[in-house]
Write a protein that binds this ligand. Structure first.
Ligand code: PSU
Ligand code: MN
Length: 303
């Protein structure tokens, strides 16, 4: 095992016993939601995973160690420190390790560390993708390249239309990443169930998700799969409200010259403020919904 990797005793035991484990990211805690809702949500997500028969492994970099499994104290620490924690993507890991620093893991680094630990299923809210205007800015999230190369199933609620969803799907197609709709033929758009874009395949059960991913692993096809799970109807937001907030946030980011790794956290925070907290409530519900599906799928993978 990699000398920098540190499993929590619970995760270590579960993996040794061949029990289902689900990875969770920490950028959603530090940069994706405000304190204290971020910490409350992270702990509720862990409980949801347990309630559905799997063991949660919240992933983070703490003191230069790659953690698969954080304690509630570590989650509180990351949540309280918020945006002051380094948002750690693939390029950041070597420096954080060498300096013994902390980092909140994005989808990219959560996949990397999950794969190192032998965890196959990962639940989150939304993934990064091709940003609108990427033709000029080249702003394409490292998450897409990671999905192309690292064997982890990522279960999310689709992507926000802060991104160019059409180009994001084109990129994933080029890289050979299957995009699955869970119980739907349409790519969900995070806060809403509809985007107008189709997915590659619709799958309706955790068992079939597990069989599909197992087939990919058995064939040695590199990379992961992306499962998009629509937000439950009763928690979804009115499309015009969310579209309006997204347009406004994009306009402000442009005006203020926001770029690079700040772009996504800036947009997420502005959308939350502009929708007066309604988007936060929706965000929490969709993450819980993804945790439930991820736990059931991880359990099905062990059968
Ligand atoms: N999208 C969301 N919520 C998030 C993120 C994206 O709806 O919390 C976070 C995830 O950690 C994702 C990262 O991996 O932002 C992508 O950042 P970037 O666009 O800089 O690659
Ligand atoms: Mn980017």
């Amino acid at each position: 095992m990699n000398r920098y990797l540190q499993l929590s005793s619970e995760v270590d035991k579960a993996l040794r016993e061949g029990r289902a484990v689900v990875a969770l990211e920490s950028t959603i805690i530090s940069h994706g939601m405000p304190y204290p809702q971020n910490v409350e949500t992270a702990l509720r997500v862990e409980q949801t995973i347990r309630d559905n028969g799997a063991v949660p492994a919240t992933v983070a970099v703490i003191g230069g160690r790659l953690k698969a499994g954080c304690t509630p104290e570590e989650i509180e620490y990351l949540g309280k420190k918020g945006q002051a924690v380094t948002k750690a993507s693939r390029r950041d890991l070597p420096v954080l390790i060498a300096r013994g620093e902390d980092g909140a893991t994005t989808v990219t680094t959560t996949m990397i560390i999950a794969a190192m630990a032998g965890i196959k299923v990962f639940a989150t809210g939304g993934i990064g993708g091709v940003h609108r205007g990427a033709q000029q800015t080249f702003d394409i999230s490292a998450d897409l390249e990671e999905l192309a190369s690292t064997p982890v199933m990522v279960i999310c609620a689709g992507a926000k239309s802060i991104l160019d969803l059409g180009l994001t799907l084109e990129y994933l197609e080029t890289k050979g990443v299957p995009v699955i709709g869970y119980g739907t033929d349409e790519l969900p758009a995070f806060y809403t169930r509809h985007s107008g874009f189709g997915v590659d395949y619709r799958i309706d059960t955790p068992e079939e998700l597990a069989a599909m991913f197992q087939a990919k692993l058995d064939c040695g096809l590199k990379g992961g799969v992306l499962v998009t799970n629509p937000i439950p109807e009763q928690f979804s937001m009115p499309k015009d409200v969310i579209d309006c907030a997204i347009e406004q946030a994009l306009h402000e980011a442009d005006e203020q010259g926001i770029h690079g790794k700040q772009t996504t956290p800036f947009l997420l925070a502005r959308i939350k403020d502009l929708t007066g907290g309604d988007s936060l409530a929706a965000n929490i519900q969709l993450v819980l919904n993804n945790a439930r599906l991820a736990a059931r799928t991880a359990v099905a993978m062990m059968l």
